[in-house]
Design a protein around this ligand. Sequence first.
Ligand code: CA
Length: 387
Amino acid sequence: MPALLWGAATDAGRIRSDNEDAYVAEELVFAVADGMGGHQAGEVASALAAGTIRERLAQGAPTVDVVVAAVVEANAAIFQTAHANAAQRGMGTTLTAVAVMPATDGRPEQLAIVNVGDSRVYLARGGELTRATIDHSYVQELLATGHITEAEARAHPRRNIVTRALGIEPTVRVDSWVMPLVRGDRYVLCSDGLVDEVDDDEIHTILRRLPEPQACAEALVAAAVANGGRDNVTVVVVDVLDGVDPEAVAGIPADATDDDTVPLTRVMAVADGDPITLEQPVVPVTAKVKRQLGRQMTVKTFLMLLGAAVALTVVIVLVLVALTGGDDGGDPTPTVTTDETLPASTEPESTEPESSEPESTVTTVTPTRPQPTITTAAAEPTTTDSG
Ligand code: CA
């Protein structure tokens, strides 16, 4: 058994009468789920997620695939329940979880981390606080593609849009990571009700001030409520009392990626500072988000088309010159742009048709953080507008 000590706290906050968050804090598995949906459906969704995780992972997990499978099972349970009950139609939940993978003959104990949505796992290690998960949110995609800054993300009018959640589609994409158990590590699982009210610096200050995890979880929740409490807030704090010597993982090179392990140095490169809020009721707006992203990419598209137009013009001119004054000048037909005229062209070329651009902007985001393992059967991200 791993030497873990943990604490958990939750609060409905100052505005909401119901608490749609749910959490799991047991010996070998920890999770936070942030439910979405009117008429208490969000509570149903988050409870289904937490219940599935608790049931399937109470003994930990032999592999990370087992943890991912539990998330997929939770997704299916919520989706099916929603479709069997009109009052719960459209309900969903975020889910972030940490499960112990007990030692085997071949490897020591490890932790599996999974995430869907914008709840988070933080890791405090060696005097630094980093995010171990990547938010699945609209503003995170804008951040990752360089369209907005961290400060803009914090005040973005669409920061309440999550791009993945459980229960919305029959399948779900699950991010997963495997971490070594490192002595002295402190993990914090939380709903966005914490990060919306308490920035990363204040979170870190509280984490360093309170060595006891239950007191720490309660203090973090209290800080969120004191700072506004506009949303439900849930925090689970997990301390690793024994494990690998911190010195042993400090020097892992950034590109060492065996067996899905995310090395410490890559986790430490995670950016910080953007809170995402998630509000009910849930309204799917996949098309709307795609249009938004499409507009964000119009400058890039324009430059690509401009480059293609320049290349086309050069080709036409060269063809006309080669024909030495063909009297049917100005022929705009694209069939003259065969490669025989420009074997070594250095002009920019259009590599993809414009019509496919909005789809690709949704699915080809380039994260600035460590790439998670993504398990999916879905064709594209689930998009949910909670506003
Ligand atoms: Ca929330």
